[in-house]
Design a protein around this ligand. Structure first.
Ligand code: SF4
Length: 317
């Protein structure tokens, strides 16, 4: 398999008025062509920040302190903004939580598709129109030709997400970053969108990074999982390893939440994740961890390899 993306030792923080606060610590993950990687964790754990750093779409106060992000062997962090603009939307596409952040309510779906096709593929006229219709068909939008004339408000949330995915396909994106793409949708539509993402991954060999707080969403769809907690990747492995043989106490707690939801006994993980303003010594999960030992309060755990899993926990040192 060919590696399409490799994030190495990524450190990101925020420049606040009086201090610099680190938010992402030595994050590492990688993705092969045609694979889906799910980055999972509670809100505020740094999963979106890590993924958005690939596109270099970070909040103004955020700063990448160190690290490397290789896309097809090229370190994106060495590129200028102008060079990044050629990659964004063309080679790497974003599917946001709210599709209306990418769709303009004043223009038809067709106009917006044609605009990105002209910008990224250099196609015009009938040729561009055919590519647009085909892209809508690939995401199973019925009467695609007719729907080109529709405005975003005429589409449901799920249909709008399909249009965003169609835009990525129309530009031949090689990597799609889907940031909680189903959170605002009802359960049936969520499943349809995940089916479409899985389908395009398999049919067109597209790589996908799926950002989600819900391990249940990834159980069916992802190939690999990176579990994030408080700015750290605490466990990284193939999906089956993580689901069948979780090692990190936080991963186990996340899995327990899904199991309990399935048995209708809704439960959450005890305690709150820390904010970047908290100074927690040692392992940042220690205040919530049932397996916490003395060393966990004093020393940050390093990554270790156990079987096929990379895990950061003193239980495995
Ligand atoms: Fe729990 Fe210690 Fe492992 Fe952190 S390092 S997850 S506190 S056992």
């Amino acid at each position: 398999m060919t590696k399409i993306l490799e994030v190495k030792n990524l450190n990101i923080g925020f420049n606040l008025s009086d201090s610099f606060r680190q938010a992402i610590y030595d994050v590492n993950f990688s993705l092969e062509k045609g694979e889906m990687l799910a980055i999972v964790g509670e809100s505020g754990c740094g999963k979106s920040l890590s993924a958005m750093s690939i596109l270099q779409l970070l909040p103004e106060t955020a700063e990448i302190k160190s690290g490397e992000i290789f896309f097809n062997g090229e370190n994106l962090l060495n590129l200028t903004q102008k060079q990044m603009q050629k990659i964004r939307g063309k080679k790497i596409a974003l599917i946001p939580q709210d599709p209306m952040t990418s769709l303009n309510p004043l223009y038809t779906i067709g106009n917006q598709l044609l605009e990105v096709i002209e910008l990224h593929q250099g196609l015009k006229g009938q040729e561009a129109f055919d590519v647009a219709v085909k892209a809508l068909e690939k995401v199973k939008i019925p009467d695609a030709k007719e729907k080109m004339k529709s405005y975003p408000h005429e589409f449901s949330g799920g249909m709008k997400q399909r249009v965003i995915i169609a835009m990525a396909l129309a530009c031949n994106a090689e990597l799609i970053i889907a940031d909680e793409p189903t959170t605002a949708l009802d359960v049936t539509v969520q499943a349809q969108i995940m089916d479409i993402l899985k389908d395009i991954k398999e049919r067109f060999n597209i790589s996908i990074i799926l950002i989600t707080h819900d391990l249940g969403v990834v159980a069916e769809n992802a190939d690999k999982i990176a579990v994030m907690y408080s700015g750290h990747v605490v466990e990284f492995a193939d999906k089956n390893e993580i689901l069948n043989n979780p090692l990190h106490p936080y991963t186990k707690a996340l899995l327990n939440v899904i199991l309990d939801i399935n048995s209708k006994d809704v439960k959450t993980i005890e305690g709150q994740p820390p904010s970047i303003m908290d100074n927690i010594s040692g392992c940042s999960f220690h205040p919530r961890c049932k397996d916490c030992m003395n060393i966990c309060i004093k020393e940050k755990p390093n990554n270790v390899i156990r079987n096929k899993t990379i895990v950061a926990c003193h239980l495995y040192n």
